[in-house]
Design a protein around this ligand. Structure first.
Ligand code: GLN
Length: 460
């Protein structure tokens, strides 16, 4: 389902009829557990306002879903945690405000790994989301719910956040388009912070043109997020011809699933057939990307999560006698195991005595990785590779082994650490019918060019 198809439906009936249908479909598909809450009352009110001509815009009446770490009205903002189970947002995220200003209608909040810590949505305090193609498998994560509502055609687009792959990997696992923009392209204001130096927000859509439209609406400078860049996103109608594209061979080794490699290679052949020039390239620092990521990200998130102390926000433990007990019990009850693991790692690498050895060292190696990308982008327009080493894995398959789970992030974290745009586009299926995505990566602020290239490759 595309945005323009939905707009046609609205024209032929009404925004109310379409929103009611979408909400009914969301209820029908409850077994996937993609949504934590519907924002039905507010959505229907807005639909009536669209029908009455009080709300207009490029997306007038078009329903969408936001990951439940976006502050949005109409239902609690839980971040899929007990900590925020009953938290009502006092304001809306800038991205949501911008979409609403164009008439879009948020119909619900999607499931995620609690506080976006994870790659399978199994770390949700409210239970996992199931894959859109195989309900015995994970949706991917952390934005699993948003990927699945898009793949199931409940809504034409959904929003997610991507700190180390949380849009791209679930997009790949569910056969939809996922966009991780350049760091700073879209305001993070009003989105529950994970790791402030790599967090970005972006979209899930069923096709590239819709991703371009949604990106163009959300992009731009926001005075409430000082890391935002002036709006540079301009949809490119024509694709640049004869682009030089580097296939990252470090991500195409024997350890990577054969179906994944086959689909990437086919996509590369398609690019060649369109006259682009493909060469194998190496990203030697990729070997260290996970080590850097799993030091810097826990460090930042341990600091960002310090605000959940039982006093200012969300859950507060009861029957407490001392302040230390209040903090301890509240945080024990409000966070899931993976949150606690990361808070402990983060506090450790930031502690005096270990700060230089871990955190500072990781920042230095991060700079080496960034230099390597800069070097590659002085020669290549685009880099290409898989999104993840495998298609969607089985529910429960990796939950007992966090290291195994982290290894699945190897292909998405490098661009996150470098703040570069990267998109995941459907590249076909595995032999057993599971979706597989291909990842296109570009230099800073090349988002529009990457999307134009991906659009030119879509089978019409
Ligand atoms: N899977 C990665 C992690 O667990 C990415 C998470 C994200 O992007 N929010 O950190």
């Amino acid at each position: 389902m595309t945005i323009s198809e939905i707009k046609d439906q609205i024209k032929a009936s009404s925004a109310r009829v379409v929103v009611e249908k979408v909400i009914a479909k969301a209820r029908e598909k409850a077994e996937y557990h993609a949504l934590l809450n519907l924002t039905e009352e507010r959505a229907l009110q807005r639909a009536d306002d669209v029908d009455a001509g009080k709300i207009t815009g490029k997306l007038a009446g078009v329903p969408f879903v936001v990951k439940d770490n976006f502050l949005a009205f109409g239902a609690p903002t839980t971040a899929a945690s007990k900590m925020l189970e009953n938290f009502d947002a006092p304001l809306q995220a800038t991205a949501v405000e911008k979409l609403e200003a164009e008439g879009a209608i948020c119909i619900g909040k999607s499931n995620l790994d609690a506080f976006a810590h994870g790659g399978s949505t199994e770390n949700s305090a409210f239970g996992p989301t199931k894959n859109a193609y195989d309900t015995t498998r994970v949706s991917g994560g952390s934005s699993g719910g948003s990927a699945v509502v898009t793949a199931l055609d409940i809504v034409p687009f959904a929003l997610g956040s991507d700190t180390g792959g949380s849009i791209r990997q679930p997009a790949s696992f569910n056969g939809v388009v996922g966009v991780k923009p350049t760091y700073g392209m879209i305001s993070r204001y009003g989105v529950v912070a994970m790791a402030s130096s790599t967090d970005v927000i972006g979209s899930f859509t069923t096709n590239v043109a819709d991703a371009e439209l949604v990106s163009s609406i959300m992009a731009g400078r926001d005075d409430r997020d000082m890391t935002t860049l002036p709006d540079f996103f301009q949809i490119q109608n024509d694709v640049k011809l004869g682009q030089k594209i580097g296939l990252i061979k470090d991500f195409m080794t024997d350890g990577v699933d054969a179906d994944v490699r086959a689909r990437v290679n086919e996509y590369v052949e398609g690019l060649k057939a369109k006259g682009h020039i493909i060469e194998e390239v190496s990203l030697p620092m990729a070997e260290y990307a996970l080590a850097i990521y799993y030091i810097i990200v826990p460090a930042e998130l341990s600091s960002n999560l310090a605000r959940y102390d039982g006093i200012r926000y969300g859950h507060r433990a009861e029957g407490i006698k001392t302040l230390a007990e209040l903090y301890g019990r509240t945080r024990d009850q409000g966070f899931v195991t993976e949150n606690k693991r990361r808070i402990m790692i983060g506090s450790y690498v930031l502690s005096s005595g270990y700060f230089d050895a871990y955190y500072l060292q990781a920042q230095k190696v991060r700079t080496l990785l960034i230099n390597e990308f800069n070097e590659l982008f002085s020669k290549y327009d685009v880099l290409i590779g898989p999104v993840a080493p495998t298609p969607a894995f089985k529910l429960g398959e990796n939950t007992a082994d966090p290291i195994k789970m982290y290894l699945g992030d190897i292909m998405t974290v490098p661009t996150s650490l470098a703040g570069l745009p990267a998109i995941s586009v459907p590249a076909g299926r595995s032999e057993s019918g599971l979706p597989i995505g291909v990842q296109l990566m570009g230099p800073s602020q090349s988002d529009a060019r990457l999307l134009a290239l991906a659009r030119s490759m879509e089978v019409k």
